[in-house]
Design a protein around this ligand. Structure first.
Ligand code: HAM
Length: 417
C-alpha cells in the first residue's frame, strides 16, 4: 500500500474544512485591508530562494527540496511564499503603483524533522505589502495579522517583537557578535563555527543546546541601533500599544530567514503547551531589488495553517450541512426523480440521489449520509404528482411523513430543511 511521503499529509474531513475556513477568513480580512490574492507556482528556480532567504539559513542549507529537472535546470519546491511573490511582482511589473498589497495561501516544503505541527509539506497563508515604509504600515500589517487570528477564533496568543535595524545597525551588531562569539568559538557547534565567519546573526537562531546557552549572554541589538532604527522601532511599539496588541519585545528574535531588516515579529500561542511559532514575519528592505525590481522596502507575514488548525476545536468543524435524499422507489422512477434532483440543485438545495438497492436499503443509505429529509417517489407519486416527504429525525409519527404537491416541493423543502 502506498502512503504519503514522510512529513506530508492528506487533508480531508475536519482538516480540509479547517483549511478552507482559515484561508477564507484570512482572505476576507485581507481584502478589507486592501490585499488581493496572488497564486505563484509551487516551484521556482533554485536561485530565487538562495538569493533572498540566504545561503547560511537552515531553510536554504538543509531544508530545500531541490532537483535538477529534465532540462538540466535546478528547481526548488518553495519553502516559503515571500520570495516567489517578490519574483512575481517584478516578472509581471506589478509595482507600477505603490504600495502593492498581495495575499497568498498554498503548500510549502521544508525537509525538516517531522513532529507535531512540523511537516515537510505544510501550508501558509500570508501577506506582503511592498513600497510603503513607515511604522504605521508595520503596525497596520501586524493588526491585520492579529485580526485574522481572532477572526478564525484564536484569541490566546502574543506577538514577539524585535528590530533588526537598518544596514548600519546590522554591520555594527555583526562586529559585536563576532567579538563575543569568537571568545566562545571552541564551544560552538560546527554549524555556528562556520556561520561565525559568514553570517554571525544566524548563530542566534541556532537550535543547538550548547549554542543557545552561549547566546544567552550575547550582546543585544538594542545597544547597536542607529538613531533612525531606534526611533522607528519605538514608534512601531507605540502604535501597537494604541491598537491594544498583546506584544512582548524579544531582542533575541532574529527569525530564520536572512532578508529581514527593522521590524521582525512572531506569533506564539499562549494556550496549552504548543511552543513553536504559529506565524511570523517582518520588514525587508532589499528583497525586491534582489529580483531586479525597484529599491523599495516591504513587510509581510505568514501563518502556518497546520499550526493554526491544531488550535481550532475539531467539534466545530464536524457539523454536516443539512441535505435532502431524493429516493426513487424502483428504477422506473429514476428519470422522474432525477428531474427533481436537478430542480433542487438549481434552487441551491444540498441533495443526494439515492437509487441503488430496495427502498429499505435506500432509506438506510440516506440515514447514514445524514440526510435530514427524504423525498420518496414511487409509481403513485408520479401518477398523482404528489411526493412523499419524510423527516428523518422526527419522532412524532403524525409529523414524520407529509404529502407535498410536485409543484410546491422545492419551496416546501427550502422552507423545512
Ligand atoms: P517562517 O517563520 O519561516 O516565515 O514561516 C512562517 C510560519 O510557517 C511559521 O511561523 C510556522 O507557523 C509555519 N511553518 C514553518 N515551517 C513549518 C513546518 N515545517 N511545518 C509546519 N509549519 C511550518 C516565512 O516563511 C516568511 N516567508 C514569512 C514572511 C512573509 N516574512 C515576510 N513576509
Amino acid at each position: 500500500m502506498f502512503r504519503p511521503i514522510r512529513g506530508m499529509k492528506d487533508l480531508y474531513g475536519v482538516s480540509a474544512k479547517k483549511y478552507e475556513y482559515i484561508t477564507e477568513v484570512a482572505t476576507k480580512i485581507g481584502a478589507k485591508y486592501g490585499y488581493s490574492l496572488i497564486t505563484t507556482p509551487t516551484v521556482e528556480a533554485t536561485e530565487v530562494f538562495q538569493r533572498s532567504i540566504g545561503d547560511e539559513t537552515d531553510v536554504v542549507s538543509k531544508e530545500m527540496y531541490t532537483f535538477v529537472d529534465k532540462g538540466g535546470d535546478s528547481i526548488t519546491l518553495r519553502p516559503e511564499g515571500t520570495a516567489g511573490v517578490m519574483r512575481a511582482i517584478v516578472s509581471n511589473n506589478l509595482a507600477q503603483s505603490l504600495p502593492v498589497k498581495l495575499m497568498y495561501h498554498g503548500e510549502m516544503f521544508r525537509y525538516d524533522r517531522p513532529q507535531k505541527g512540523r511537516y515537510r509539506q505544510f501550508h501558509q497563508v500570508g501577506a506582503e505589502c511592498v513600497g510603503d515604509k513607515s511604522p504605521y504600515t508595520d503596525a497596520t500589517l501586524i493588526c491585520m495579522a492579529t485580526e485574522i487570528l481572532s477572526g478564525i477564533g484564536i484569541f490566546d496568543f502574543k506577538v514577539l517583537l524585535n528590530t533588526l535595524g537598518d544596514k548600519e545597525t546590522r554591520e555594527a551588531y555583526t562586529k559585536g557578535l563576532v567579538k563575543y562569539f569568537s571568545r566562545h568559538e571552541d564551544k560552538l557547534s560546527e554549524d555556528s563555527k562556520r556561520r561565525l565567519g559568514k553570517n554571525p546573526m544566524r548563530i542566534l537562531d541556532s537550535k543547538d543546546e550548547g549554542d543557545r546557552e552561549i547566546c544567552q549572554m550575547a550582546p543585544l541589538i538594542t545597544d547597536y541601533l542607529s538613531k533612525e532604527s531606534a526611533q522607528y522601532f519605538r514608534k512601531v511599539c507605540e502604535l501597537l500599544e494604541v491598537c491594544d496588541i498583546n506584544f512582548e519585545v524579544d531582542n533575541f528574535l532574529v527569525r530564520g530567514l536572512d532578508y529581514y531588516s527593522e521590524t521582525a515579529f512572531e506569533f506564539k500561542s499562549t494556550a496549552g503547551d504548543y511552543d513553536d511559532a504559529i506565524g511570523g514575519g517582518g520588514r525587508y528592505d532589499d528583497l525586491l531589488k534582489v529580483f531586479g525590481g525597484a529599491d523599495v522596502s516591504g513587510i509581510g507575514f505568514a501563518f502556518g495553517v497546520e499550526r493554526l488548525m491544531l488550535l481550532l476545536d475539531d467539534e466545530k468543524f464536524k457539523e454536516d450541512i443539512r441535505k435532502v435524499a431524493v429516493i426513487p422507489v424502483t428504477d422506473d422512477e429514476n428519470d422522474y426523480a432525477f428531474q427533481l434532483l436537478k430542480s433542487l440543485y438549481e434552487a441551491g438545495v444540498p441533495s443526494e440521489f439515492i437509487h441503488h438497492g430496495n427502498l429499505g436499503k435506500k432509506m438506510k443509505v440516506a440515514d447514514r449520509q445524514n440526510c435530514k429529509i427524504a423525498i420518496i417517489i414511487g409509481e403513485d407519486e408520479v401518477k398523482n404528482e404528489v411526493y412523499t416527504v419524510k423527516f428523518m429525525d422526527c419522532t412524532d409519527d403524525r409529523e414524520k411523513t407529509k404529502s407535498v404537491a410536485a409543484a410546491n416541493i422545492v419551496s416546501f423543502i427550502k422552507h423545512n430543511l
